[in-house]
Design a protein around this ligand. Structure first.
Ligand code: ACM
Length: 264
């Protein structure tokens, strides 16, 4: 299956979802693709205190989902986008897949980073791919990258494209995602943000370098570390269905009986 996929690398304004949603529509309206991935917490920014985050949070099927559904009807594009989700009781660091027919699925980040546990409740569901145009997408968020189990479970469950909205502050992830793609023979769209925010008097700088990676580890369209950017490319998802590397069927050759400690 040929798919056009890409990213919107964005600089959200902290605490100003109306501005950020307007900016998202402005940057995305000229572009058509099967799938565009936006950053983690695209509507809110990252360094908000708990009460500030709550003030800009929304239900999974709230204003951001509705706006992108409307945009999707014009562009024919599906979007993965991150925002703070409030379910009436708790706050989650959430991403959704939304298209012309509305909200298709959501994922709540299971590995919270740094101060995030002060703000968010972690998700507690096993990552589950979602059917999409004859293939399956795997949703993960930012720091989930450092737990290879997340990409592995998604790939074992049939995901061919990892959608990976991020707010990266460490430099290692774009290169590490090449390994996630090689070891699982999948594509990955990692979308980071750019810009700086202030947290309790300290500056936090986001590292950009959004990218698409192929199952053979090729990096397509890696962005710089400062600019907002839209990038779209064509991929062939069949490449991610074949797990044979130089005669080695890397999934069939796994030895899960020897990995039982991973479940402790
Ligand atoms: C992160 O998980 N946002 C670093």
């Amino acid at each position: 299956m040929k798919l056009t996929v890409g990213y919107l690398q964005l600089e959200p304004r902290p605490g100003d979802p109306e501005h950020n949603r307007r900016r998202i529509v402005e940057l995305l309206s000229p572009h058509r693709a099967d799938l565009i991935v936006l950053p983690e917490l695209s509507t809110s920014g990252y360094c908000l205190e708990s009460a500030e985050m709550r003030a800009v949070a929304e239900p999974a099927n709230g204003p951001t989902a509705h706006l992108l559904e409307e945009l999707a009807r014009e562009t024919g594009t599906h979007y993965v986008v991150g925002f703070p989700e409030f379910d009436g009781e708790r706050l989650y660091n959430c991403i959704i897949l939304v298209g012309p027919s509305g909200l298709l699925t959501k994922y709540r980040k299971i590995h919270l980073f740094g101060f995030e546990p002060e703000v968010f409740t972690p998700g507690d569901r096993e990552p589950e791919p979602v059917d999409f145009k004859g293939t399956r997408l795997g949703l993960m968020i930012c720091f989930d990258w450092i737990y290879p189990e997340v990409a592995r479970i998604l790939a074992l469950r049939g995901a061919t494209v990892l959608c990976h909205p991020s707010n990266l502050v460490l430099p290692h992830c774009p290169d590490a995602m090449i390994t996630r793609c090689l070891e699982n023979r999948v594509f990955a769209v990692t979308t980071n943000r750019v810009g700086e925010e202030d947290r309790r008097g300290e500056s936090v700088r986001f590292t950009g370098m959004s990218q698409v990676v192929t199952p053979s580890g090729e990096v397509l369209g890696r962005a710089g570390d400062e600019e907002e950017r839209v990038f779209i490319t064509e991929i062939e998802t069949e490449q991610a269905e074949n797990k044979v590397v130089q005669g080695n069927d890397i999934f069939a050759m796994r030895r899960p009986r020897l990995y039982r400690r991973l479940c402790e």
